[in-house]
Design a protein around this ligand. Structure first.
Ligand code: HSE
Length: 430
């Protein structure tokens, strides 16, 4: 049986998972591909640390990338290092050297994916990145293959495990944000610097990749509206619960009149909705499409073996392309001009929590400001929180982004009305 030799860039949590899946599932992989997949070499910073490890004793460990890139036996380079600059350099050089590349690097693929795909095409090699979004959930290839004849109208997802874990613990165990973040870090879900998780950037990058495959559009990070979870306090979670919702950090990519809109932010999800039942570090992606209607994909969004499974499935896809002589066609052949939806056509319901000086005219002043922006109120509730401060919670009827921005600007001018939080509400029918 012929051998397909690969090299790993990185031997950390995910790299070790790839080694273990290839070793343990080799018989099935041989049947699926007609080839034996062999990990020939691995790039690490300090080779001595790995040389005594029995699981790696058949792998040539090096800290010199050129040894791997100049090795004619290495057909596929698997990047699991996770940085942007070095990974971009190594992947570009690997593609240019005629090697296929599989990567789990969402940061890189969100920002430089278009450019790297061009290099891959130019050199007739494959560049696959199934593991970059929602870890173990096989969502990218499902969008590309199984939705190829359908028109996707929206992709909504809980695509960050760290923030979902934090919000679950705040909701179910009444932990503070800080306590829940520490737990998430101890369990190893959060990135080494959790800023990217808690401020929504990790989810935003994953939504860019999902939109690229679902809509064929390349949206840049600056074009995504991003809000994280740092501002959520337990009071919002309790008030949302009273109204029948759970707060989730949701990534949304929507097509409105064929124009794209991408956002990440806390959303009040109806407790009865499937997305509300996605707890802890799990991820889920909900797709709405013209023919199929609504479908949801649920599973582990990170972790060694789940992420490694997505990587090995990419390696198998490359090996089949090599056998069929069909490499270099790109992960996705669907491309559209990237047109962004304007604020006036992006509608949603909103939850607002405000603190008002406890005077009889303040509530009517607030209603007056909302009426001026033509924002209709569906529900309002006022409670005294301190002697002279009351909290008003408002649920709006559908309003557009332009109205919401104007409302925010108006409220900022008021000295005795303070907007504490403003989150979108997911449609109960969605
Ligand atoms: N920090 C990421 C998360 C890891 O929490 O989802 C997987 O991309």
């Amino acid at each position: 049986m012929s051998q397909l030799k690969i090299a790993l860039l990185g031997l950390g949590t995910v790299g070790s998972g790839v080694v273990s899946i290839i070793n343990q599932h080799q018989d099935k992989i041989k049947q699926m591909t007609g080839q034996e997949i062999v990990i020939k070499s691995a790039l690490v910073k300090t080779p001595d640390k790995y040389k005594e490890e029995p699981a790696f004793n058949t792998i040539e460990i090096t800290n010199d990338i050129s040894t791997i890139l100049s090795d004619p036996e290495v057909t596929i380079v698997v990047e699991v290092m996770g940085t942007i600059d070095a990974a971009k350099d190594y992947i570009s050089r690997a593609l240019t050297a005629g090697k296929h590349v599989v990567t789990a690097n969402k940061d890189l693929m969100a920002v430089h994916g278009g450019q790297l795909e061009e290099i891959a095409k130019e050199h007739t090699v494959d560049l696959y990145y199934e593991a970059s979004v929602a870890g173990g959930i096989p969502i990218l290839r499902t969008i590309v293959n199984s939705f190829s004849s359908d028109m996707i109208q929206s992709v909504k997802g809980i695509v960050n495990g760290t923030t979902n874990y934090i919000l679950t613990k705040m909701t179910e165990d009444n932990l503070s944000y800080q306590e829940a973040l520490i737990q998430a870090q101890e369990k190893g879900f959060a990135e080494s610097d959790p800023t990217s998780d808690v401020d929504g950037w990790d989810a935003a990058r994953k939504m860019i990749i999902l939109a690229r495959l679902a809509f064929g559009m390349n949206i840049s990070l600056e074009e995504v509206s991003v809000q994280g979870i740092r501002g959520i306090d337990v009071n919002d979670i309790v008030r949302a619960k009273d109204l029948g919702y759970k707060i989730k950090l949701l990534g949304q990519a929507r097509l409105i009149d064929e124009k794209a809109f991408l956002e990440v932010g806390p959303v009040l999800v109806p407790e009865t909705h499937l997305l509300a039942s996605v707890s802890n570090e799990n991820n889920a992606v909900l797709i709405n499409s013209a023919a199929l209607g609504e479908t949801m994909f649920y599973g582990p969004g990170a972790g060694s073996l789940p992420t490694a499974n997505s990587i090995v499935s990419d390696i198998i896809a490359v090996s089949k392309n090599i056998a069929n002589n069909s490499c270099g066609k790109g992960f996705n052949s669907y491309h559209q001009p990237s047109i962004l939806a304007e604020d006036a056509i992006i509608y949603a319901n909103y939850y607002l929590s405000l603190h008002l000086e406890n005077r009889p005219d303040r509530l009517s002043a607030l209603e007056q400001i909302m009426a001026e922006q033509e924002i209709a109120i569906e529900k309002a509730d006022q409670q005294l929180v301190e002697n002279d401060i009351s909290q008003v919670v408002i649920v709006t009827q559908p309003v557009n982004k332009a109205q919401i921005k104007d409302l925010k600007a108006q409220l900022e001018k008021e000295v005795d009305i303070e907007l504490k939080t403003m989150y979108q509400i997911m449609d109960k029918e969605v």
